[in-house]
Design a protein around this ligand. Structure first.
Ligand code: SKM
Length: 272
C-alpha cells in the first residue's frame, strides 16, 4: 500500500490531506496520505527514513521547499529554475526526485477559470516577489507571456527576480502599480495580502480595467478584496483554490498510479 504525505511547519492548516484522501476514496485506491510537521533540523533525517518505511513520495510546503532541493538526487529543470521543490518522489533505493508543480497548478487553474485568456496577448502584472511569485513567473514565461511587470513592497527582492529571469521581467515600484494596470492582460497577486489574519491588499487598483483577467493565489477567503474590486470593474476573476488542487495532480499520479481529475466535488471536499 503506497504511503505519501505533506511535510511543512506548521502543517495543521494544510488542505493537502483532504485533497489526496478525496482522490484515494473517489478512485477506490488503497493508500495513505499524512500531514507531517517537521522542523528544519529534521528534514534530512525524515527524507532518509520515509522511503525505508514504504513512502513513495511527499509534498513539501513552507518553509522547506528550498531546503529539500539540496538533498535531492534529481531535480527537474523547472524546480531548479524556481529554486524550490514541492513534489518529491522516492526511488527504489531511497533516491529523491524533486519537482515543482506550483507553476503548473497556477496555469491549469487560470486556464480553467479564464478560458479567454491567451498568454501571448499582453503583459502580466505580478504582485509579490517570494517563492510563489517565482513559480508563477516561470510558468507565465514558459506559456509565452511577452512581458512580466513585477512589483513588490521591498524593491530589492523584485530586482533579484529580474536578474534571475531576464529581460522579459520589468520591475516597477509598488507605489506605481496603478499607472501600469491598464496595460495588464493579467494581474496576479502572489503576496499574502488579503489572506485571513494578514493585512488587506493596500495597492491602488484605480487603473484596473475590464479587459484584465485577475487572479489571486490567496484562497482563504476565496473572494479577496482584490477579486471583489476586479469583479466590480467587470474583470474575469479566478480564485486561488484551484491552484492548490491542480498542483497536487502530478504527485498523486506518480505515487498512486492514476491521474486524478479536478472537479466541483474536489473543490467541495477541500472546502468541507
Ligand atoms: O506547493 C504546495 C504544496 O505541495 C502543498 C501545500 C499545502 O499542503 O498547503 C501548499 C503548497 O505549498
Amino acid at each position: 500500500i503506497p504511503l505519501a504525505g505533506v511535510m511543512g511547519a506548521p502543517i495543521a492548516h494544510s488542505k493537502s490531506p483532504q485533497l489526496h484522501r478525496h482522490w484515494l476514496e473517489t478512485y477506490g485506491i488503497s493508500g495513505f496520505y499524512v500531514p507531517m510537521e517537521v522542523k528544519a533540523a529534521d528534514v534530512e533525517h525524515v527524507l532518509r527514513t520515509l522511503p525505508k518505511m514504504g513512502f513513495v513520495g511527499l509534498n513539501v510546503t513552507l518553509p522547506h521547499k528550498e531546503a529539500v532541493l539540496k538533498l535531492a538526487d534529481q531535480i527537474t529543470d523547472r524546480a531548479r529554475l524556481i529554486g524550490a521543490a514541492n513534489t518529491l518522489t522516492f526511488g527504489k533505493d531511497g533516491e529523491i526526485h524533486a519537482d515543482n508543480t506550483d507553476g503548473y497548478g497556477f496555469l491549469e487553474n487560470l486556464r480553467s477559470g479564464a478560458t479567454d485568456w491567451t498568454p501571448s496577448q499582453g503583459p502580466a502584472v505580478v504582485l509579490g516577489a517570494g517563492g510563489a511569485a517565482r513559480a508563477v513567473i516561470v510558468a507565465l514565461l514558459d506559456a509565452g507571456v511577452p512581458e512580466i511587470i513585477l512589483t513588490n513592497r521591498t524593491r530589492a527582492r523584485s530586482d533579484q527576480l529580474q536578474s534571475d529571469f531576464g529581460n522579459r521581467v520589468r520591475v516597477m515600484d509598488w507605489t506605481q502599480i496603478s499607472g501600469v494596470l491598464h496595460e495588464a492582460q493579467l494581474l496576479v497577486n502572489t503576496t499574502s495580502l488579503g489572506m485571513v489574519g494578514k493585512p488587506e491588499m493596500e495597492a491602488s487598483l484605480d487603473g484596473l480595467q475590464a479587459h484584465t483577467t485577475v487572479t489571486d493565489l490567496v484562497y482563504n477567503p476565496l473572494k479577496t478584496r482584490l477579486l471583489e474590486v476586479a469583479e466590480e470593474k467587470g474583470c474575469v476573476t479566478v480564485d486561488g483554490l484551484g491552484m492548490l488542487l491542480h498542483q497536487g495532480v502530478p504527485g498523486f499520479e506518480r505515487w498512486f498510479g492514476r491521474r486524478p481529475d479536478v472537479t466541483d466535488a474536489t473543490r467541495a471536499a477541500v472546502l468541507g
